[in-house]
Design a protein. Structure first.
Length: 65
């Protein structure tokens, strides 16, 4: 089971303000959604996304990496 959530406008604004000149838009949206959802940890194997998540204050986990 999963829930499909539509991001709010603030999530898009947050994504646009994230640091990282090479951060891709969907990666930025995932980080912004984690921030908006009051997450403390993000699971990712993507280097650019993990750098942005760390810069935003999230702990990053890459299981098995």
């Amino acid at each position: 089971r999963f829930d499909l959530l539509e991001p709010e406008a603030v999530t898009y604004r947050t994504a646009g303000l994230l640091p990282g000149a090479h951060l891709r838009s969907l990666d930025a949206l995932h980080v912004a959604a984690a921030l908006q959802g009051d997450c403390r940890t993000m699971v990712t194997y993507d280097r650019r996304q993990s750098e942005a998540a760390r810069a935003a204050g999230l702990q990053v986990v890459a299981p098995g990496a």
